[in-house]
Design a binder for this molecule. Sequence first.
Ligand code: ZN
Length: 397
Amino acid sequence: MTTYLRELASRLIGCDTVSTKSNVEAMEYLGSHLESHGFRTAWHRSEVAGVPKADLVAVAGPPEPDGLIVSGHVDVVPFIGQPGWQRDPLRLEIEDDRVYGRGASDMKVFLAQCVEAAAQLDLASLQRPLVFIFTSDEEVGCRGAERLLPVLPTLLSEIPQPRLAWIGEPTSYQVFHTHKGVAIFSITVHGLGGHSSMPEQGVNAIAVAGKVIETIGRYQEELRQQPSTAFANLFPESPYTTLNFGSIRGGTAANMIAEECTVQVSYRPLPQGDPLEAYREIARRVQELDLRDYGSPHHRARLEIGEAFVVPPLLSPRDTPLESALFSRLDRKTSGGAPFATDGCQFARAGIASLICGPGDLDQAHQPNESMRREAFENGARVILDVVHTLCGVGTA
Ligand SMILES: [Zn+2]
């Protein structure tokens, strides 16, 4: 391991880039290092709820077609309040064969490895462009990439937009070409409040929310009983759209009729058809419900179904040059379905085929005491250099 890699990873993990916070310091640190290795940088800056955010594009090589994008996100999931931490989440620690810190696997170490690889590249020998894209707000719905992709051609300037992207999310170096999408929405039941001793004068929103939950639960049961044969191999644990109740909030006191109850629902649609199909089906079914509660025949509750926030699924083409390069470098023969969503869905909308493959460990992402294998930590830059060599025709200094 080079001391340079350790310095980069340690500095990145030391920046608190939980998605609600600014990522600008970490991003400018990455940008200044890439510039010092000869990359041209371009920025997309935005402000989210008053918090400044930056997305970074760093380019090297000639303005030829068929370059390669190597991408990762700099934000991490929260650690404050997450039980189980026995280490400082913002401190890189290397112990035995593991490297620890928030973002070790997901996915700051990969970004550090990109910069270490950049330092070792002989840029003059690049025959096709190499583009690093580092994003914000991936963990809150791939929103950084969503903001960045429409302006990418402008930021790339004379470089033709590459058609392949390698996203180094934690997969223990398995290769994934597809993942499900995510849709999130809430359903609010508006009842009619009152004294709990007189249920007939009101409508209990919690009781009606129970019917809503039961209806959605039955739909999940149906989906589970009709697994997709086309996706049985890619998503062996759940080859169907999975549903989840994320939170429920309602009521005020034991002696009051609950006036309002909100249930947050999310689901993960397969990468086929319209990702909003389940949303519409749920809306249809709950609107058919008898919206009276069990204690009151007179009044009906009102449902408010929130708009769905959607992260699209990803289904990249197979047999691309990037797939061959990753397969041969990592000794892989198959590509599968990732159990999480990625920025790849936003690249796909811009016509860029993405593969998900990275040094971090799948089971370490978002965990307390997050870590990765020391061997993957030390060798990652070499893997990047070899893949870049294959796809961009570069020699190493
Ligand atoms: Zn990630």
